[in-house]
Design a binder for this molecule. Sequence first.
Ligand code: 5RP
Length: 294
Amino acid sequence: MPEKDDKDAKNFHLDVPTPNEPFFLRGSNSLDWGLKNRLAKIFNPESGRTVMLAIDHGYFQGPTTGLERVDVNIVPLLPYSDTLMCTRGILRSTIPPSYGKGVVLRMSGGPSILKELSNERLAVDIEDAVRLNVAAMAVQVFVGGEYETQSVHNMTRLVDAGLKHGIATLAVTAVGRDMVRDAKYMRLACRMCAELGATYVKTYYCDDFDTVAASCPVPIVIAGGKKLEEREALTMAHNAIQSGALGVDMGRNIFQSENPQAMIQAVRKVVHEGEQPDRAYDYFLTLKNEKKSA
Ligand code: 5RP
């Protein structure tokens, strides 16, 4: 039992107003405390942005180039990420549990690269996401795809489960091979995901991206997409941020770079400091050459 607190001289700081700050992320103010706390493990509260490192490609395409050995190629990059997006198999087998930042867990799966990719189901139980202490759960949504309704239903079930447990849902807009990656499509896909309850949305950068970001009431991050030359990838990230994206969820353009550690640090400059692409590229070259001469 604590001793009785019978001092009269208490200080209630009557001259200090009780703070009533809105949460720093767009569209997220009405969420519960636990969900906001998890979002703050993904998005840096200082910059309001995130560098998510995406390494979940193996869930449908096996040992992707650059991910053959996650322990060798990816673990050294973790200190430079704000969040790691991966499968539960890689998380349990290879990621040190001392990783203290947000984990975004891949929750959907089923078909391999050899089959119709939109035919996904939920592949992880919410209880396992809770057990793994993840910050968000990622699910692919195939708007316009053959199994569109099924994939939307996967997302809405996850949103319901996530709200129950205070875990964010990341809707990943998957664009089929034959579809046009233009702003009209991205606006449709992102807005549908937000309307149906996604906490935040991942999509691809395109021309007129500002209209995609403006019409999506929750945070948007962009995927990196196929490997580009480093300067080009940094330019894409910069343009996305300037157009309203709140970060990147980048995979191949980091882990397939000739120097992944230098690249992820250059991406951080663009995302968190709004660095110009040319200067970020110079920074990449400096880090790369430092490593060579060390
Ligand atoms: C796979 C994904 C990937 O995480 C996503 O595509 C990001 O990786 P990359 O930057 O290599 O495109 O969601 O479905």
